[in-house]
Structures are given as C-alpha cells and as structure tokens.
Design a protein. Structure first.
Length: 136
C-alpha cells in the first residue's frame, strides 16, 4: 500500500526470485493496488536467459491470478515507462518508434485467448523484429 500511495514503480523478475529462493512476489496484489509494474529478467547471474517472453510464460504457468493481458502491458508500456522511455517505446502510437515484434500464431485465437497465445508463441521463439533500425 505504501508503494501505491507513493506512486512508485515495481519491476518483477519472478524466475530470478525462484532461482535465488527469495520468495514469491505478490504480482496480482500489486496490480490490484494499481501499481505500475513492469516485467524484467534480473540478469544472467540469477536467470537462465534474458527473455521477457520466458518470464511472462513462467508467470502464466505459476500465477493463475495474473491475467495474460496484464503481462503484455508489463512487458511493453510499463517497461518503457519504468526506463523513462515511454515517449519513444512501449506502444504502437503516433510519435513513437515503429519498431515492434511480429508473433506467429497458430490458427485464429479468440480475443480472450490472444494475449496468452502471444506469450506462449513468444516463449517458443516464434517472433520476428519488424522495422528495427539501429536503436539509439
């Protein structure tokens, strides 16, 4: 509640928490309190890779109380905002960089399943950069 009242941002790296045996972060509680939370990987010192898709997939498998749609927001807009780059990255909008990922989806998932399918396919490596100039 203190974090929410002070309008702080939080970055969750639950695979790192798991690997270091330091506890299970209260991701759903944070989101319920309206805290701007993003998703991170910590580092290779405490994680097997630096894939946000793998981090989100881990949450899908281990946190039934976190919606896939919330994970996509945490991976994109909230991450860019936490890095003070929300004006350039994090969403497809006028004035922002037009670099984004294309995800290969099997079939045509329903709107209610789209976010979960994006995360699962991304975790499998079924993505490609689109319009990716040298980032500066």
């Amino acid at each position: 509640q203190i974090v929410s009242q002070r309008r702080c941002r939080v970055c969750f790296c639950p695979r790192s928490n798991h690997n270091l045996s330091v506890g299970r972060p209260a991701i759903a509680k944070c989101l319920q309190l309206g805290i701007d939370a993003c998703l991170g990987t910590d580092s290779l010192a405490s994680n097997t890779d630096l894939s946000l898709f793998s981090e989100a997939h881990y949450i899908l498998e281990n946190y039934c109380d976190v919606a896939p749609e919330s994970l996509l927001v945490m991976m994109t807009m909230r991450g860019a905002e936490a890095l003070k780059e929300g004006h350039r990255f994090g969403a497809l909008a006028a004035g922002k960089r037009s670099t984004f990922l294309s995800i290969s989806l099997p079939g045509s998932p329903s709107a209610s399943q789209l976010a979960e399918h994006i995360i699962r396919q991304g975790h499998k490596g079924e993505w490609t950069w689109i319009n990716c100039p040298q980032l500066s």
